[in-house]
Design a protein around this ligand. Structure first.
Ligand code: ADP
Ligand code: MG
Length: 257
């Protein structure tokens, strides 16, 4: 049994439009999966539904974390069960430094686990954050700045990856926004994923960027078109995508149009 199991997942928008139309997917610890699909195919909708965003309604199917169906759980509870969605805090928070934000995030998870306040000791936090920054090559000066306030795209990604490394989720879902994706940012995410995935963690990287293989080395690649996984395979599938684009999987009319 994989740590994250998605069974026949259907997701609709608030107006009832079905966007995700029956997805089956298993992501285990120590595995790197890539979901690749064209813009508008429903990749972010899938990511939000996994994370528990209230605007995306699961109309059918199951999401199991360590064998437990989390569909009725809120985003916080899913996070406590070991799920991490990158890009869930894209907004600037002036007045809150990166360090204090990370400490609060860690303490929220610790509190949920312990059932009472269990703040991380200052020294331990300092040791961990410094080690993680070193390992992920996050510049020291970023830690004392206000969260995302005037950050470049690359700096935002660095902080998200740092957050992931410190929270130690079981499954990380990284949704690459399709607009403004730059190669630097992807490289940072890729390096982070390669660094943190291991026996205690698996990752699902979602992107429309076809040359992802140059940066992340997924073990499993899934082609996602119009709300469905239409083909799954190994890294060779990403190579096929790089060479041919999504045309081979799109309905014929759309290719001609
Ligand atoms: P992708 O991430 O693959 O580009 P999305 O999941 O963002 O695709 O979007 C799939 C479709 O759902 C698009 O037509 C998009 O406009 C629509 N959609 C997604 N989220 C919302 C929302 N919150 N409100 C309205 N439409 C949405
Ligand atoms: Mg998207």
């Amino acid at each position: 049994m994989a740590y994250l199991e998605i069974k026949n997942l259907h997701v609709a928008l608030e107006d009832g439009t079905e966007i995700v139309k029956g997805v089956d997917l298993e992501v285990d610890l120590n595995e790197k999966h890539a979901i690749m699909g064209p813009n508008g195919s429903g990749k972010s909708t899938l990511a939000y539904a996994i994370a528990g965003h209230p605007a995306y309604e699961i109309t059918e199917g199951e999401i199991l974390l360590d064998g437990e169906n989390v569909v009725e759980m809120g985003a916080d509870e899913r996070a406590q069960k070991g799920l991490f969605l990158a890009f869930q805090y894209p907004h600037a928070i002036p007045g809150v430094t990166v360090t204090s934000f990370l400490r609060s995030a860690i303490n929220a998870i610790r509190k949920a686990k312990a059932g009472k306040d269990d703040p991380i000791p200052v020294k331990e936090f300092r040791t961990e954050i410094l080690a993680a920054m070193e390992r992920l090559k996050v510049p020291r000066e970023l830690a004392s700045r206000y969260l995302n306030d005037g950050f470049s795209g690359g700096e935002k990604k660095r902080v998200e990856i740092l957050q992931m490394a410190l929270l130690k989720p079981k499954i990380a879902v990284l949704d690459e926004t399709d607009s403004g994706l730059d190669i630097d940012a992807l490289r940072i995410v890729a390096r982070g994923v390669n660094e943190v995935v291991g026996p205690e963690m698996g990752a699902l990287v979602i992107t429309h960027y076809q040359r992802i293989l140059n940066y992340v080395t997924p073990d499993h690649v899934h082609v996602f078109v119009d709300g469905r996984i239409v083909e799954s395979g190994g890294p060779e599938l990403a190579e096929k995508l790089e060479a041919q684009g999504y045309d081979a999987w799109l309905p014929k009319e759309e290719v001609a149009a």
